[in-house]
Design a protein around this ligand. Structure first.
Ligand code: F6P
Length: 547
């Protein structure tokens, strides 16, 4: 971790001061090699950082700072299965899930990849049985509708991938739906009009204690029992993915239908594990394997490439730079790909649950901001929603454009429009529109204060930073690499703050405080006097509305 008085840190402060006071256009004017110097290539991807408020000198200082905090050792420790999730005393094993077949990852002397491979084989078997219609429901019908019940990491990753890849068009590919919210509306709408006899629930929960997931799983079971008869054995309609085997068993899932998750794989890093069963069911085994392949290629790049050309390292440092040193409290991600519509919400959990912390690994406070709030939506839709605010609002918010260049469908003209819009938005954010251009456009119709007001309303200040990530096309492999890139950059950013990116203690408090409120609302009893006055009053009012 970098202390405030560290020479590396003070160097960064100087660079930040200098660059805050410099327009982006000025940086281009000063350095004709700027684009080449701030462009990274990997495979056939290109990442252009030249529109960010950074230059070679600042990047060099960041790389030095990364060295000071021992980033290369942390990367090695991650891949070696060391227990770098200190507060939970666990290793961090998502990269082991996609490691090459020859790799061993030893944790306490045991090679964890063996069990992971065995689970993967069981996943393939289960997915094949469902898709080929060999697995039948309680009445003998094949299972053609799969409902993944899970929340957070047990929902967002597989949902994003299923949405991005779609089905593989093979006969027997089931419909899939995702139910996460404890709001009964979510499950109700999902099941309405569906055939219970051909419905399979995949209950995905690492802990198998998450209240939302268990409530939905119980309601799903009740729906089946009502339709198929309470005397039926409903076990064929359930698969569980969990590290809490006992709890899944207690719920009534057969041992052969419980796929284990390793304790060392965090929820938000788990789509590569059995949590990806629903991906295999929908997109097919081949796509799931290619997804893992792409992630593995990014892992190799992250592990082996020197920091200055290492995509996750440089992007992680940039995230740290923008948040910690340039004080940008937000970051916007705009995928120009409908298939990636869920990327921003996936990244919200990945980045904010990982790096939304204010103490370091040793318990001391972080001296400055950590992860910026992340949000976004697809382009071009977002151009007609929040881009006005990005262009003319009062603050500069760095934007990340993620642009697969080639279409997966034969509508090339539309794809050209899409890609052109992404590039134009990045250009507009940086260049803005000058008073002279606006004056010329307005012509001679206005003069005096009316002309001044018209110019002011139309002025785009520009000088707003962005990154553009171009990839040739979105497919299972490139999606795997993209998601692994985000995982690793999140890790790098966390290392720079000195925090543990792999725990999430902050979400526990709300969970435990919900329990007495659930009890009060279920029994109409008041909350204990020790509860704050506002919450007591709200509970009392809800109780009144309930009756
Ligand atoms: O939101 C907290 C959290 O623990 C996430 O980290 C996790 O992905 C989610 O809840 C779901 O947890 P589980 O998979 O144990 O149901």
């Amino acid at each position: 971790m970098l202390a405030e008085n560290d020479s590396a840190a003070s160097g960064l402060a100087e660079h930040a001061k200098r660059l805050r006071a410099t327009r982006l256009s000025e940086l281009f004017a000063r350095d004709p090699q700027r684009v080449a110097a701030l462009t990274l290539d990997w495979d056939d991807w290109r990442v252009d950082l030249s529109k960010e408020r950074i230059d070679e000198a600042a990047l060099a200082a960041l790389l030095k700072a990364a060295d000071t905090v021992g980033l290369p050792n942390w990367i090695a420790a991650l891949f070696a299965g060391e227990k770098i999730n200190l507060s939970e005393r666990r290793p961090v094993l998502h990269t082991a899930l996609r490691a090459p077949a020859s790799t061993q990852v030893l944790v306490d002397g045991v090679d964890v990849t063996r069990e992971m491979r065995a689970t993967r084989e069981r996943m393939a078997e289960l997915a094949g049985a469902v898709r080929e219609g060999r697995r039948k429901g309680a009445t003998g019908r094949p299972l053609r509708f799969v409902v993944n019940i899970g929340i957070g990491g047990s929902d967002l990753g597989p949902k994003l991938v299923c949405e991005a890849l779609g089905d593989d068009g093979m006969p027997g590919t089931p419909d899939v739906a995702f139910v996460s919210n404890v709001d009964p509306e979510h499950l109700w709408r999902t099941l309405e009009g569906r055939d219970p006899a051909s419905t399979l629930f995949v209950v995905t929960s690492k802990t198998f204690t998450t209240q939302e997931t268990l409530a939905n799983a119980r309601s799903g079971r009740a729906w089946l029992a009502r339709a198929l008869g309470h005397e039926r054995d409903l076990a064929p309609h359930f698969i569980a993915v969990t590290s809490n085997i006992e709890a899944a068993r207690a719920f009534g899932v057969r041992d052969s239908d419980i796929l284990p998750m390793s304790e060392g794989v965090g929820g938000r890093y788990s789509l590569w594990s059995a949590v990806g069963l629903v991906i295999a069911l929908r997109a097919g085994w081949q796509s799931f394997a290619e997804l893992l392949d792409g992630a593995q290629a990014m892992d190799t790049h992250f592990r082996m490439t020197p920091p200055p050309r290492n995509l996750p390292v440089v992007l992680g440092l940039l995230a740290y730079w923008n948040s910690r040193w340039l004080a940008h409290r937000q970051r916007v991600v705009v995928p120009y790909a409908q298939a990636l519509a869920l990327l921003p919400s996936f990244l919200q959990q990945l980045e904010l649950e990982s790096n939304g912390k204010s103490v370091r690994r040793d318990g001391t406070p972080v001296d400055g901001p950590t992860a910026a709030a992340l949000w976004g939506d697809v382009g071009t839709d977002s151009q007609h929603a929040f881009f006005q605010w990005l262009h003319q609002g009062t603050s500069e918010i760095p934007v990340e454009f993620v642009v697969p260049v080639r279409a997966r469908h034969p509508l090339d003209d539309q794809q050209t429009l899409l890609v052109a819009n992404a590039l134009a938005q990045a250009q507009a954010l940086m260049s803005g529109r000058s008073d002279e251009t606006i004056r010329a456009e307005l012509g001679t119709a206005l003069s005096g204060p009316a002309l001044d007001a018209a110019i002011a309303a139309r002025r785009s200040p520009g000088n707003r930073a962005s990154t553009t990530l171009l990839l040739p096309m979105l497919d299972a492999r490139s999606l795997g690499a993209l998601l692994a890139l985000y995982e690793h950059r999140t890790f790098v950013e966390g290392i720079m703050y000195g925090i543990n990116s792999f725990d999430q203690w902050g979400v526990e408090l709300g969970k435990s405080l919900a329990k007495p409120i659930v009890a009060a609302l279920s029994t109409q009893a008041p909350l204990p006097d020790a509860t704050d006055a506002s919450t007591r009053a709200l509970v009392a009012y809800v109780q009144k509305l309930q009756t």
